[in-house]
Design a binder for this molecule. Sequence first.
Ligand SMILES: [Zn+2]
Length: 421
Amino acid sequence: MNSNLKLQCEVCKNVVLLKVYGGYVHENSFTFSCPKCNVTVSGYLIWNENLDEGMVKEFKCKNATYVHEGSPTHVLQLATEFFTDKIKQFDPNDITSFFPPYMLEVSKSRATQQKKTELVSMVSDGFENEANISFRIWELYKNNKHAFLISQLIQNEYVKKPTYALENLKIDYSDIIKQVLYRPFSFLFIEDYYRIQDLQKKLLQLKSKNLTELQSLKKDLSELITYSDENIIQLLKNFSIYFELLWPIILTYICGPKEIDKIKETKGILTTNFDMLKNYYVESFEILSSILPIFLGIQNIYLRGNRNDFETETAREFKDIHTINEYNTKMQNKGNRLKYFTKENIFLPLLDPNTLNNSIRNSIGHHSYEYEADNQLIKFNDRSKSWDLYLIEFGDLLFKTIYTAFAAFEIIMFLKHEVPE
Ligand SMILES: [Zn+2]
């Protein structure tokens, strides 16, 4: 479904042409900056499922009005699954502004495009309901509501109804609760679930070789382990809100080609802007950095058999930190915390220190950034450092933090359920 809308800015009366290419998502949100007065125009369009009632079911827009008259100065493209051209001058002779974005994709492979649209269609259909069930089962598990928890697990086919009394049912919560939380997000792991399996293997290896050391780690970080799982769930909840804004980025990651570097100057996304994403990044950064001691303790044990034995050069750089407990309580600078994963990192690519950028976090926190809306370019400043990221690069960083969240969840569930006190 395609629709052309003329939108007139309520401030400066400038008209732009919004070309909407409907995919498998019924609601298409958009946000852009008026090319003349720079006021942010945002809204959404909902397609009719039954086309007999017309194509557009609902259209809402802030700061601009849908008009029939007027010559547009600029043209904007909106699509769910594909990157689109950034805002450009309206030129009736430029035929490329009339091509739908999937025709202009760098990859012209039909198979890849097919895979992308199928994936979006599959996820969009059931995601909300599945995520809702997963989060409520998590709540029951967290609050130890056993009877309700078991009935929900049976009802949603995670556990078979036993032929004997329910009270005698033994449940492996470590395994089942992980299944529950992975289910709505399984599309993220279509290509690389083996990375999670690889992490699981490493953890089981530790259990058979270094159990007492794991127990000491669990004791040292007991408070952190107790409170962190709920924070991870918060990140999954956030992701379930913003992921639909990032479809082109997610699909490029899963289905390829990994082309963000190649196209970032000319292409972008209109479904979101920096303002809508920045706080999600800050929250991901804060939560995941606070969990780093759990990752580091596991890494030290895996590589050297001792939770307090750090990589030599890094240990030399931070002479005051002698134990994992000190790393957890004394080292508050998140950038320094991350340095322990530069010389060695057994969690790559699930924990990629490049996605957790302390300077970006500070720049957002101090509002020391500028956003060039037309170009979809963010200029970050943190003290003496400054650098640029395109919106789709920033979206890519944010998106990848979800993999770190799942890795953290694996480790926390392992320590809670597989390592005895
Ligand atoms: Zn305007």
